[in-house]
Design a protein around this ligand. Structure first.
Ligand code: BGC
Ligand code: BGC
Length: 624
């Protein structure tokens, strides 16, 4: 029996943040309701405590341990260490990366967990941050920056519902999503994982994503546990505070420091957690980054006082990948600091045996109170109960009836809508919309026919990859499908050959990247891309440029050389949505969720700044 308590948290919101009439507006007050049927996690506490009372200290520590499956020395370690959870990190795939292999991987580990004395099922976590995008053939949605430009919370909820269903088709029950970062400096390599530079838009779309992933009732077999990340201020790190890897590579922003007063931190970076908690999010991931020099993963102020005590978060905190290792001190003190600060489960992800033994030692020595361990495990078990893992009809195998919907045409249609609504038209001197019955359209550039480039990072591979990496429709293919029978569509990589065509469509932009590797101080088109634009423009044919990117770039010459120019962000696998707009079947509706600077020197630039003077303001977007 699931409790049906309705929990409403009224959240006061500032009225209108932006400066021009096209910008994002909010009502003065809005209340975020916990979905009906979404139990307060504490309502499971009677059953949780009954189980907890039967657990040994080792079994409790096992629940708090999360190895990455790729580092398991032996499948039987799932049983021997009684682990509560496993993850597949960005590169942690089964042999062929196929749907069947993913399902088999999940089922192999889940059956091992059931061999433990108490047979407590696993939560298995993945980064399905724009669809179940590690798996070949999944529908890949636009990254969050594109969804921010849609301003469409209902659509974000629907996308998340579909993502949950595709995840569940492989059996997996936990998604490290949504990212509710508020990226304040686009030079940060994870900017595209955030919906917007403006907190209220992030808060609205983040809550929609939680509702879509978890549903009305987390026990719904088509839903997964969500994870709001990365708490808090991941998007607020300042230049030159970032991480240096053991091999000497330096990243100026990623995992850096956020020097803000608590009031500023709350105003800019905390809102996404307020609404995610109110929407019933089951888990939250503390950030690699620091707040005023203190790593979030070790901050009792953030983890316990603000999130658990003040926001009333009843689920559990999962550390980021090896994040506690970055705390000052040795590994033993890392564990002690983090768990005592309020961390409930640790994404170890490799030295799980050492973690297990060291945590046991710390408990034995009294350095971590038993009450803290019980609180952590109680929270983990609450989420497992709420997710239906102890229900009579729960099965350790994936539901076969979900397989036909995986990557289905129906799911792809929703992605197409998202692509269409995310496109932001920045300039149009008459070249758009295109005529379907033009004599010849010439389509050029490295992004014209490349699923990998249009999908970006966190697709099949951790950092993403160029090329035909998964199923989908490229921009060139979408244009070919859209035109009339008599229309010729020609293509070149380097931009040459447009002479005599009616229009040349140029597709340039960023090559795939993800965390750390995406930090970039210049944010400009590379030489190859600039040559493509120049070649196309030299033909004298009208130029339509589509920019694939995870953030605004400095595109002066390309913008100048183009008759029409649109930002398509990282649209994912369904480029038909771009053709929908290019050919005028739909008018463009996307609005910038980030300010577009005039030069890289303007960074950081955000709506609400004093002397705000962007090239295109937050909220900008043309239509016809
Ligand atoms: C990232 C997280 C991700 C985790 C697991 C970390 O490096 O910061 O966003 O969920 O890895 O792959
Ligand atoms: C990422 C993982 C990835 C790993 C690769 C981590 O920082 O979060 O998802 O698999 O690095 O080394």
């Amino acid at each position: 029996m699931r409790a049906t308590l309705l929990f409403a948290l009224p959240v006061l919101l500032a009225s209108c943040v932006a400066t021009d009439e096209r910008t994002y507006e909010r009502s003065d007050e809005q209340s975020y309701e916990r979905p009906a049927g979404q139990a307060l996690y504490v309502s499971f506490d009677e059953r949780v405590d009954e189980l907890l009372a039967r657990m040994t200290v080792e079994e409790k520590i096992g629940q708090m341990t999360q190895p990455d499956q790729e580092f398991l020395e032996d499948v039987d370690h799932v049983r021997e260490y009684m682990v509560g959870s496993l993850l597949s990190g960005g590169g942690s795939d089964p042999p062929t990366n196929s749907f069947e292999d993913w399902r088999a991987l999940y089922e192999k580990y889940q059956s091992k967990a059931l061999e433990t004395r108490l047979a407590i099922p696993l939560l298995y976590g993945v980064d399905a941050v724009h669809g179940h995008s590690n798996v070949l053939g999944a529908v890949v949605f636009p990254h969050n920056i594109g969804l921010g430009a849609t301003r469409n919370a209902e659509l974000v909820e629907e996308i998340s519902r579909i993502t949950a269903k595709e995840i569940k088709a492989t059996g997996i029950n936990w998604d490290f999503s949504p990212c509710v970062a508020v990226p304040r400096d686009d030079r940060w390599g994870r900017t595209y994982e955030g919906f917007a530079e403006e907190p209220m838009l992030v808060a609205e779309l983040g809550a929609a994503a939680v509702r879509g992933l978890q549903g009305e009732d987390l026990g719904d077999p088509n839903r997964v546990v969500a994870c709001a990340k990365h708490l808090v201020g991941d998007g607020g790190t300042v230049i030159d505070s970032g991480v240096t890897l053991p091999d000497g590579s330096r990243y100026p922003f990623d995992r850096g420091d956020v020097p803000l007063t608590e009031e500023e931190l709350r105003r800019i970076h905390l809102e996404g957690y307020v609404t995610a908690v109110a929407a019933g999010v089951g888990t939250i991931m503390p950030s690699y980054s620091s707040w005023n020099g203190v790593k979030c993963s070790g901050s009792r102020r953030l983890l316990t006082e603000i999130v658990k005590d003040e926001l009333g978060f009843e689920g559990f905190l999962i550390s980021d990948f090896k994040a506690i290792d970055e705390l000052p001190g040795d590994y033993k003190s890392d564990i002690q600091t983090s768990i005592n600060a309020g961390m409930d489960m640790v994404m170890v992800p490799d030295r799980y045996a050492l973690f297990f033994d060291t945590l046991a030692e710390l408990v034995e020595e009294g350095a971590i109170p038993m009450a803290r361990i019980d609180d952590a495990v109680r929270r983990i078990l609450r989420v497992k109960f709420a997710a239906g893992l102890f229900d009579d009809d729960w099965s350790p195998t994936a539901d076969r009836s979900l397989e036909p919907s995986f990557g289905s045409a129906e799911h792809r249609a929703v992605a197409r809508q998202a692509v269409r609504e995310s496109l932001v038209l920045l300039k149009n001197e008459g070249a758009l919309p295109l005529a379907k019955d033009a004599r010849r359209l010439h389509v050029v550039g490295p992004g014209a026919d490349d699923i990998g480039m249009q999908s970006g990072g966190w697709t099949v591979d951790w950092q993403g990859k160029m090329g035909a990496i998964t199923e989908g429709t490229t921009i060139l293919e979408a244009i070919r499908k859209a035109v009339s029978e008599g229309t010729e569509v020609t293509h070149s990589e380097d931009g040459t050959g447009a002479e005599g065509a009616d229009v040349v469509v140029v597709v340039v932009g960023e090559r795939p990247y993800a965390e750390m590797h995406g930090d970039d101080l210049e944010l400009k088109l590379d030489d190859e891309d600039r040559a493509v634009v120049a070649n196309a423009a030299a033909s004298g044919v009208p130029v339509v440029t589509l920019l694939i990117s995870g953030r605004p770039l400095i595109v002066d010459a390309a913008l100048e050389a183009s008759d029409s120019f649109a930002a398509v962000w990282l649209p994912g696998t369904e480029a038909d949505g771009i053709a929908d707009v290019l050919f005028g079947d739909y008018a463009p509706t996307g609005k910038l969720s980030f300010s577009w600077p005039r030069s890289a020197e303007q960074h950081p630039i955000n709506v609400g700044d004093e002397d705000y003077d962007p090239l295109f303001a937050f909220g900008y977007g043309l239509s016809w």
